[in-house]
Design a protein around this ligand. Structure first.
Ligand code: CTP
Ligand code: CA
Length: 224
């Protein structure tokens, strides 16, 4: 344990991590969001910092404490998350997009609280920007890692996301597993690289999973 800690795999590396959900407002009191707790992203930030990295954490709304020595930037919407990540992107060595970014937002923000009506209500949604796809398109030397939340065809859909977003690797979550993921302290994932290496990481605490993800990234970086 002591030896492992003192090796400090990521010393001198700058790492950008996104975490948590985003919120897309409907009116002053209501918004669309998702079940992300932010725990996986925060665990990555904590472990990367322990490994000696300079960590930049862009966080949607969560109830989590900022891990020690981590630079945290709070955002609310997908667009704010994009702006903040894009600002930091150029200087980074490693970027991990663990946030559960909303895919859609209401077309219209109602300045006044919507009053209930007798009939059904429809809210028109428009696509948000795909932050990771944009960053993939601008990639220079960054090692870029995405997350994928899938309920079926895990590896196939993971591979598609690697290609579409120009990623170096993706961490695939099986969201059909109700015992782990989202609000849980545990997770079980597959770390898939762009050259098709599938590394399964068995069920464990999110901090242990984070350590293993960072070890795989470090290994991949040492190859080239
Ligand atoms: N992502 C992003 N910006 C978005 C949506 C997703 O940066 N607007 C990132 C996530 O942080 C994650 C990766 O893209 O790292 C994959 O997210 P996921 O929701 O699994 O896939 P999508 O590409 O959004 O496709 P779908 O939800 O249809 O599976
Ligand atoms: Ca999505």
């Amino acid at each position: 344990e002591q030896q492992f800690q003192s090796r400090q795999h990521l010393t001198g590396k700058k790492i950008l991590i996104s975490a948590g959900p985003t919120r897309e407002a409907i009116d002053p009191v209501r918004f669309f969001t998702n079940h992300s707790s932010g725990k996986m992203g925060y665990a990555l930030a904590e472990e990367a910092s322990k490994e000696g990295a300079q960590v930049y954490l862009v966080s949607g709304p969560t109830s989590l404490e900022t891990p020690k020595h981590v630079n945290r930037f709070d955002v609310v919407t997908a667009e704010e998350m994009f702006q903040q990540m894009n600002r930091l992107y150029g200087e980074m060595d490693i970027v991990i997009s663990a946030a559960a970014v909303a895919d859609y937002r209401p077309v219209e923000f109602h300045q006044q609280k919507l009053k209930k009506q007798p009939n059904n209500l429809s809210i028109e949604l428009e696509r948000t920007r795909d932050i990771l796809e944009y960053l993939g398109g601008q990639k220079q030397d960054q090692y870029l890692v995405g997350f994928a939340a899938e309920s079926q065809h895990l590896i196939e859909y993971g591979k598609e996301k690697i290609t579409k977003k120009n990623l170096d690797a993706i961490v695939i979550n099986d969201i059909s597993r109700i015992d782990i993921g989202f609000q849980s302290d545990q997770n079980e994932v597959t770390f898939l690289t762009k050259d098709g290496k599938e590394n399964h990481i068995n069920q464990n605490s999110k901090n242990e999973i984070a350590k293993q993800i960072l070890l795989f990234i470090d290994q991949e970086l040492r190859k080239d």
